[in-house]
Design a protein around this ligand. Structure first.
Ligand code: ADP
Length: 174
């Protein structure tokens, strides 16, 4: 699988599917979630509401992923996944890895050939950036499901460099 890094805005990516670092309500929030709903328009929210009503009355559990239209975004689909909130008492790494794995599974099911990921859980959910990057890169590299191209879209230079190091550490060519 071709893994690349981009410094930029996830809403501007010309890929088949963009992954949203959603919250379990599926009704929008801050950070990536807010940006995707703002740029993508009301269609995304309407589909999220319908999903909530039909399947996720209690919210989408952390580590799972579900797809909607991408509305006005250049992408065809948004894959919503809920990252775990970082905890110092409990190791939630497997849930974070599951976000990447499940998003890739949903992407492959849809027939997406290119997927853009944000650094899930490293914003409002407080995950330490280095560790979040390592989990993102390893899980994607080791995924049994492959799509042609995976792009990590990092909001700033610092996060870009952290992902660069994580790629180098895991022996994945950038
Ligand atoms: P979470 O709640 O999963 O922590 P956030 O959206 O708060 O999700 O943040 C996840 C990461 O995405 C953070 O590193 C944040 O800096 C970054 N980010 C915020 N907005 C964007 C954007 N428009 N495009 C790409 N990355 C973004």
């Amino acid at each position: 699988m071709d893994i690349r890094l981009v410094q930029g805005d996830i809403t501007e990516q010309d890929v088949d599917a963009v992954v949203n670092a959603a919250n379990s309500s599926l009704l929008g929030g801050g950070g990536v979630d807010g940006a995707i709903h703002r740029a993508g328009g009301h269609e995304i929210l309407e589909e999220c509401r319908a999903l909530r009503a039909s399947s996720y009355g209690k919210g989408l559990p952390a580590g799972q992923a579900v797809a909607t239209t991408a509305g006005k975004l250049p992408a065809r689909w948004v894959i919503h996944t809920v990252g775990p909130v970082y905890s110092t008492n409990e190791d939630r790494s497997e849930t974070l890895a599951s976000c990447y794995r499940e998003s890739l599974r949903v992407a492959a099911e849809l027939g997406a050939r290119s997927v853009a990921f944000p650094a899930i859980s490293t914003g409002a959910y407080g995950w330490p950036a280095e560790d979040g990057a390592r989990i993102a890169v390893r899980t994607t590299r080791d995924s049994s499901v492959t799509v042609g191209h995976v792009r990590f879209v990092l909001a700033g230079e610092r996060m870009y460099e952290i992902f660069e190091r994580a790629l180098a550490e895991t022996g994945t060519a950038p």
